[in-house]
Each structure stands twice: as C-alpha cells, then as structure tokens.
Design a protein around this ligand. Structure first.
Ligand code: ATP
Ligand code: MG
Length: 445
C-alpha cells in the first residue's frame, strides 16, 4: 500500500475523551471512529488488525478440530424464554420488537441459538464429540461503555460451543480449548494467564478466564509470579490426546492465579511472599464447562449406546476479538505510539522515502516495495511529499515493527537503513539484504 493512496486519518492532538493509552492511540492512528457510545466504525488500519486477529483465532480453532460457522446477530426472544434467560439477563440485553410485534434481541451470546441448531440436527452419540464456533458481533448494553473497544457495547467475539456425551469428554473439550487459547494469544505476542474464575450469568462449575496483565485492566488479579515464566512456545500438540491436553492444563493452572471473584486469601498466603503478586488484568477470554444447564431445559439430547435419551454435556468458550486490539496495545507501546507484535501487525514493513521526487530514492523505494510484495509481505510505503520528521512520527504512531529508510546519502554508499520499532536499533544494509532480513523475520511468524 502507498500511503498517498491509503485512508489513514491520523490525529495530531490527543483526543480528550480517551482515558487509556490504547484508546488514545487507536483514535490517533486512525484505526477507529466512535459512531455512538460503545459503538465504533473500524477504519482501514483498525480493520486490518482486527482481521489479522480473527485469522489467528480461526487458524487455532480449526487446528484444535473445531468447526467454523456463522449465526445471526438478531435472535428470537422465544429461545431465550425456553432457557429461562430472557428475564435473567437483565438490562444488558438489547431488546427489539419487529413490525409484527415479535420480540427479538441483539445477541449478547449464543448458547440458546446453538443449542437449537444442535437439537434440530443431532440425535445420536455417534455424531459426538462436536465443537462449533463462530466469530460474530455481540451487543451488550453495558452501563458504562469505556476505554474504546475494550468495553464496547457492540463487540466482536469468538464464541464456541462443545457438545459431548459425557462429562469426561466435555472436560477434554475444556482442556482442548484452554490449550488452543494459550497458542492463540502467544501468536499475538501476548501473555494471557488462565485464572480460576466465576461463572456469572453463563454458569458453570469449571471456568477459567484469560488475563493480560496491564495497569489499566478492569479486573483485580492475584497470582504466583511463577505463572509468568510459563510459555507454550512451539511445542507440538495432538488435540485428540486426552492426557497431553490434560498435562498442559495442569502445567498452566496448577499455580495460584485467580480473579477477585474466586480469590482465597489463606491459599494465597501459602505462596512464598516474594512470589505473591496483586495486579490488574484485562480479560481477553473465558472458557466454561456447564454440563446440562442448557441441554436439559432445551431438550438437546442424543441416544446413547444403550438406546437411552440423554442430555448432552456442554461448554462455551469465548475470545474477545475486538477487545484484543486494546489489550495488545496496552501491553506493547511506548510514548511515541503502538508497537505491533509481528503476528498481528497491519503492514509488515514501512518504507520511508526521505526525499520524495529524487529519482534515485524513488526508484530504490519502488524496488523495495516490489521485492517485499513479491515475497508475500505487505509493505506500507510513505510516498507523501512530507518532511522526514512527519513521516517518522506517523510510522512510530502506527507501530509497524520494521521500517526501511531510504535517502540519497545512504544510496550513494549502496545502503538503506533497517530499524526495529521495538528497540529503535538501526542497521545499514544493501536494499537486497534489508529485504532478505525482513522476509526472514516474518518466516518465523
Ligand atoms: P466482562 O467481565 O469484561 O464484562 P464477560 O465475562 O461478561 O466480560 P464473556 O461472556 O466471558 O464476557 O465474553 C467472552 C469475552 O468477550 C470476554 O472474555 C471479553 O474478552 C469479551 N468481552 C466481553 N464483554 C465485552 C465488551 N463489552 N466489550 C468488548 N469485549 C467484551
Ligand atoms: Mg467472562
């Protein structure tokens, strides 16, 4: 993409309404625009990162054997009356009446809808196990939408639902989700710690929330600092292997890590004092096993091998896809702007032409642009007739992890400059070597 032809409405001033850094930078970098309270338009740069995050979530879900689909945003109230949640859900549910006077709602979650699909089409234990998921917009009429996309009213969520014959099988689905979530967040450059949580209105005996540590997080968390040494890394995993998934779960959840809802001061005090941490975190996902809570009232049953009708065991599993943009920025920025991890960056590499209009510099930029594109990467070439300082400020703000700077002086010596956004370190390389280096970096992502 050439910046002169892109739509990147960068703001110079810091917007007064934004209280936290991620919200400020998303507005300043022209990623989002508020449409009304808690509801945002995703401008091209923001949309690009959103899609990257969505893709990682899809890839890791499919890798775990889960099946993508798509359900509507508007749901009929009748299904929610069947589960008993139409009244329980309260004011967070946006209720709508259609022209025929039928009660509808903008879905805050999809347990009812998916259970209805399941009961209409699945009858036998032979069709289990089954995990279906989608990535779809949700609406929750939050009393206090704030922090930009972090606590929106309309937000994008990945929600997945497992259907299993037995509790044991459903717990394997739970473990599988936990493992796949660890991988998902790590690919986004995030450390998200699974913490014992509380079921809330979704219910359930087993539930973990995934939290990204950040001072601006809305949840108070208590943990053993040993959990922050863990990393999933690039280990191979067979998602059908019950023992292996169980092993990973134990490794990541055996140390004390809890939200304030489940915090136990006595247990916490058993941790050696130097490892006790009280901090704040951003909830970027939650997994639940809730047994037959929805399948029983809604008649989601299968015939087992003894020809008996039994309700299926279910769980639901959510990732806050749009919230993740805010969480990543909270975890990765400096005073100049965002620092995208390679896995989610909107463009792989910036190209800054220090002297637009200089025949040699223009030609060198064009050939870098072509070489990076031909290698399957997406460069963002700042080809505007602007001063170098302005170009650098924009690049720093939008946070591309790598930048190649091209100017007549360097070109005389046959070099361009490759700069890391994270460390600020620059190296002088021939244009060919700079491209090769960037290609090599992304080969690992
Ligand atoms: P919270 O406690 O933050 O209100 P929740 O526990 O009600 O969230 P879940 O039902 O667990 O949310 O939804 C799954 C994920 O969706 C959450 O882990 C979070 O990342 C995301 N999410 C929930 N509410 C919002 C919101 N209002 N705006 C953006 N993302 C949200
Ligand atoms: Mg939650």
């Amino acid at each position: 993409m050439r910046l002169s032809r892109y739509f990147l409405p960068v703001l110079k001033e810091t917007p007064a309404e934004a209280q936290i850094v991620s919200h400020r930078y998303m507005l300043r970098a022209g990623m989002i625009k508020q449409a009304s309270a808690g509801i945002y338009s995703w401008l091209p740069l923001g949309f690009k990162v959103l899609r990257k995050i969505e893709n990682i979530v899809h890839e890791e879900q499919v890798r775990a054997g889960h099946i993508p689909m798509l359900m509507p945003t508007l749901q009929s109230a009748d299904l929610w009356r069947e589960s008993g949640r139409y009244d329980d859900y309260g004011e967070e549910m946006l209720r709508i009446t259609d022209r025929h006077g039928r009660d509808m709602l903008y879905g805050p979650t999809n347990e009812e809808l998916i259970t209805d699909i399941f009961r209409s089409h699945v009858n036998s234990y032979k069709d289990l196990p089954l995990t279906l998921y989608h990535i779809q917009w949700k609406f929750r009429d939050e009393i206090r939408p704030r922090f930009g996309v972090m606590r929106g009213r309309e937000f994008l969520m990945k929600d997945g639902y497992n259907f299993d014959l037995t509790k044991e099988d459903a717990l394997h689905a739970y473990n599988r989700h936990l493992v796949s979530y660890l991988r998902t967040y790590e690919r986004m450059g995030l450390q998200a710690i699974p913490m014992r949580a509380d079921g809330g209105p979704i219910g359930g005996d087993y539930t973990h929330e995934f939290l990204v540590l950040a001072e601006t997080g809305e949840s108070e968390v208590f943990y053993d600092s040993a959990v922050t040494d863990l990393s999933f890394g690039d280990r191979a995993i067979d998602y059908d292997d019950v023992a292996q998934c169980q092993g990973v779960l134990e490794e990541f959840t055996s140390r004390y890590a809890r939200t304030d809802e489940t915090h136990d001061e006595a247990l916490f005090n058993e941790i050696p004092e130097e490892r006790r941490r009280v901090a704040r975190g951003i909830e970027v996902g939650q997994i639940f096993y809730f047994g037959t809570k929805y399948s029983e009232p809604m008649g989601a049953t299968v015939i087992n091998d003894k020809q008996e009708q039994v309700p299926v065991h279910m769980g639901s599993h959510g990732i806050g896809v749009s919230r993740l943009l805010g969480a990543i920025i909270e975890a990765s920025h400096d005073d100049k702007g965002i620092i995208w991890p390679e896995g989610v960056t909107p463009f792989h590499c910036g190209i800054v032409n220090l002297k637009q209009g200089d025949a040699e510099a223009d030609a060198a930029c064009e050939s870098l642009y072509a070489a990076l594109s031909n290698a399957g990467l997406e460069p963002l070439y700042d080809d505007r007739n602007e001063r170098a300082g302005g170009k650098f400020a924009t690049m720093d703000l939008i946070g591309l992890p790598w930048r190649i700077t091209v100017g007549p002086r360097g070109l005389k010596n046959g070099v361009v400059e490759l700069t890391s956004r994270r460390t600020g370190e620059s190296v002088e390389l021939s244009p060919e070597d700079a491209v090769a280096r960037v290609v090599e970096i992304y080969a690992a992502h």
